[in-house]
Write a protein that binds this ligand. Structure first.
Ligand SMILES: *Cc1c(COP(=O)(O)O)cnc(C)c1O
Length: 225
């Protein structure tokens, strides 16, 4: 068995085991978004052959090169944009991706809304929250989340399905996951995109419905150019 196939199986088993520990809650198993950014094509193809269909990419141009033809070949692929989105890339992003996980500012929300209408592609979106309030990181500040969600829904008619966060690298992720869950709950949002290779089990314990796992499946990434 190839290592990528094996890693996907192990990760899926860990996700199921973690979900199983939670006595309460809905029964659906958290979605595994395989983060393929900066990974070699042969490993990506291995994962598709192993049955993986949901992928995350952080750059629109790189994703286009990698996924445009593959999406034609495999119509059931589901692509998530998980990296910062510049407004001049919105048209390409709406055309290629199936989920936008990084809605984090008024201008972006407005342009996404216009572009989705223009392409008649009304993609489910996550609002990204900067739970650690880190200056270098994308995401809405926690104090502004409620108002921003309301703006996206009411003023832009975006289909906001949930919240997404990337906790600070040097902090316990649990409190950030708990905070994100709380913000989603009070805004009646059911989806939580949280948890990466190092902390997806903790994230599931805090209610994650979608984990973004890269290196645990594909190994260490190539350096970004
Ligand atoms: C790269 C990345 C991941 C995957 O990280 P791993 O630690 O390799 O699992 C998840 N989420 C986002 C937003 C990323 O940029």
């Amino acid at each position: 068995m190839s290592s990528v196939r094996y890693n996907i199986q192990i990760t899926q088993e860990k996700i199921r085991a973690e979900k199983h520990k939670l006595a309460q809650g809905h029964l659906s198993i958290p979605k595994l978004v395989a983060v393929s950014k900066q990974q070699p094509d042969n490993k990506v193809d291995e994962s598709i052959l192993a049955g993986q269909r949901v992928f995350g990419e952080n750059r629109v141009q790189e994703a286009k090169q990698r996924w445009h033809a593959r999406k034609v070949k495999y119509p059931d692929l589901e692509l998530h944009l998980i990296g910062p989105l510049q407004t001049n890339k919105v048209a390409d992003a709406v055309e290629l991706f199936d989920f936008i996980e990084v809605v984090d500012r008024v201008k972006l929300a407005k342009i996404l809304a216009v572009e989705m209408r223009r392409q008649n592609r009304h993609l489910p979106c996550f609002v990204q929250v900067n739970t650690g309030e880190e200056p270098q990181k994308a995401g809405v500040m926690p104090s502004e989340v409620d108002e921003f969600i309301h703006f996206c829904q009411q003023d832009c008619s975006l289909d906001i399905v949930g919240l997404m966060c990337i906790p600070p690298a040097d902090e316990e992720p649990a409190m950030h996951f708990a905070l994100l869950r709380e913000m989603a709950k009070r805004n009646n949002l059911s989806e939580l995109s949280m948890g990466m290779s190092s902390d997806f089990e903790t994230a599931i314990a805090f209610g994650s419905t979608s984990v973004r796992v890269g290196s645990a499946i594909f190994g260490a990434r190539e350096k970004q150019k």
